[in-house]
Design a protein around this ligand. Structure first.
Ligand code: ATP
Ligand code: MG
Length: 257
């Protein structure tokens, strides 16, 4: 850690998380732009109240059900995800039977290897996305950003892409895949384009998804399908925006300021 964070600091959790991201950048796990993305997320988390509202729990349920019902689900990992919730993301991959794939917007071999070490340290067995022999390109995206694993994202019917860029989300959708995301900004292109959007901090969201995956583990396909029908991604995303706007209205009232 580069900074000693006092335990009694009112924003202790937030400062510790920032330190993790900064340290992750020094260790070449997180890209520089990952720090900026984190700050963008933090701003929306302030509006959310830095806790999980009930609409987000519904989004998380829908996400877990979608992953459980998929034939070949994949979880895409970038530097921020690897630093913020490595254990939880590995647990989730085991619970929903999804393979992890390292898939980077700012791809370097050094970063891929650093992320691989973090995931292995968190208990991951198989990791796609790092073997040049199994890499192929998505024609919809330009440059390095289009490389995917031919055993993973290329084949999959459902990809969980937390903290993803809008371009890549839209390209995956165009390829006919279901896309599940976690993104604190309900107006990002990723949130708007995904099949299932979770408007929550990834640290809370993935831990809660693991709990739902345990709860739903023994349900039949029919039972999962019934639950899925009761949850509507578009309505839940609208709820997310309404929640944020009414919370701002309330905070702006006389009694609060
Ligand atoms: P888009 O490309 O989707 O229009 P963008 O360019 O603003 O959005 P990206 O950097 O491409 O953003 O994607 C990162 C997204 O992840 C941002 O919307 C940011 O708010 C969100 N984000 C950052 N940190 C977290 C976090 N801890 N939990 C959830 N979401 C986060
Ligand atoms: Mg973007």
């Amino acid at each position: 850690m580069t900074l000693e964070v006092p335990k009694d600091h009112p924003r202790y959790e937030s400062l510790i998380t920032r330190e993790k991201i900064i340290e992750g950048m020094h260790q070449k796990i997180v890209a520089e732009a990952g720090l900026i993305a984190h700050g963008r997320g933090e701003a929306f988390d302030y509006i959310l109240g830095e806790s999980t509202p009930s609409f987000a729990l519904h989004q998380e349920k829908l996400a877990v059900i979608t992953l459980l019902l998929a034939d070949h689900p994949i979880i895409s990992i970038n530097g921020n995800v690897a630093v913020l919730c490595p254990q939880e993301i590995v647990q989730l991959s085991q619970k929903v039977n999804a393979t992890l794939e390292i898939n980077l917007f700012y791809r370097t071999q050094e970063r891929e290897e650093a992320i691989e070490r973090v995931l292995k340290g968190a208990g991951a067995q198989e990791i796609y996305g790092i073997d040049p022999k199994t890499q192929e390109s998505i024609p919809e995206i330009s440059h390095q950003r289009r490389i995917v694993d031919s055993r993973g994202i290329a084949l999959s019917d459902c990809v969980f892409v937390p903290l993803e860029d809008g371009d890549r989300t839209m390209a995956l959708k165009k390829l006919g895949k279901q896309v599940v995301t976690v993104d604190l900004n309900p107006l990002s292109r990723t949130s708007l384009a995904a099949s299932v959007s979770i408007t929550n901090n990834i640290i809370r969201a993935v831990a809660e998804m693991v709990a739902f995956a345990e709860e739903f583990e023994n349900l039949s396909i029919q039972e999962l399908e019934i639950m899925k029908k009761q949850l509507n991604n578009k309505k839940l995303l609208q709820e997310a925006l309404k929640f944020m706007s009414s919370r701002l209205e309330e905070l702006a009232s006389e009694k609060n300021i």
